[in-house]
Design a protein around this ligand. Structure first.
Ligand SMILES: [Zn+2]
Ligand SMILES: [Zn+2]
Length: 204
């Protein structure tokens, strides 16, 4: 089991790290906008700067993709909040207590996976639990030059599809801790407006 916790320790969870997973850094502008959104909340709450940066030097987010059914909250799940960049966008989960990003999911639990964001993971255990192969995706929208080299896309897509199919066929996707029995998200996502998103996507 890999241990997860928010920065203040109120939210704790564990994820079964056996089986299908992907480890990647995503440089897409949506992931970066979410990272900046959370940093903005921290600055407003004046609790910024007390943990690992969410984004790397080129604006990338490190993620571990696993099946949601492998995630189990131990405490503090009532602290989960969610945001979407658009009406149709992914649901991006974070904590109310200390604004720690938790992960990204599709809007319906049939999406079955969560991209857990490194901020809530146990850094010294990442290699042991998820391997040291880290794919790099969407590098064309990385900040600065030279751009990081894109690699690992095929492996990420094939394990992603395998995860999706096996969760659907087995019915395990119904065991997601992030969605209610009727399939609605545990926390109603706030949808950002266009001006907010444009601001978060500024090429800085
Ligand atoms: Zn917290
Ligand atoms: Zn992304």
């Amino acid at each position: 089991m890999h241990q997860l916790q928010c920065q203040c320790g109120l939210v704790r969870a564990e994820v079964d790290c056996r089986g299908t997973h992907n480890r990647l850094i995503c440089y897409c502008t949506d992931c970066r906008a979410f990272g900046r959104f959370v940093v903005g909340l921290r600055e407003t709450a004046a609790n910024s700067g007390s943990d690992h940066p969410i984004l790397d030097a080129q604006g990338g987010t490190e993620l571990i993709q696993v099946a949601q059914s492998k995630l189990r909250f131990l405490q503090g799940e009532d602290q989960l909040l969610a945001v979407r960049l658009t009406e149709q966008g992914m649901i991006r989960w974070y904590t109310r207590c200390c604004h720690t990003p938790i992960g990204n999911t599709m809007a319906s639990r049939g999406g079955a996976f969560i991209g857990l964001i490194h901020s809530c993971l146990t850094h010294p255990q990442l290699n042991a639990d998820f391997g040291d192969k880290v794919a790099q995706l969407n590098t064309n929208t990385a900040l600065g030059t030279p751009k990081p080299q894109q690699h690992g896309l095929f492996r990420v897509i094939s394990s992603f599809l395998w995860l999706l199919i096996s969760e659907r066929v087995s019915g395990r996707y119904l065991q997601s801790p992030l969605f209610n029995a009727d399939g609605s998200p545990r926390s109603v996502p706030r949808v950002l407006n266009a001006a907010e998103v444009t601001d978060l996507k500024k090429p800085v």
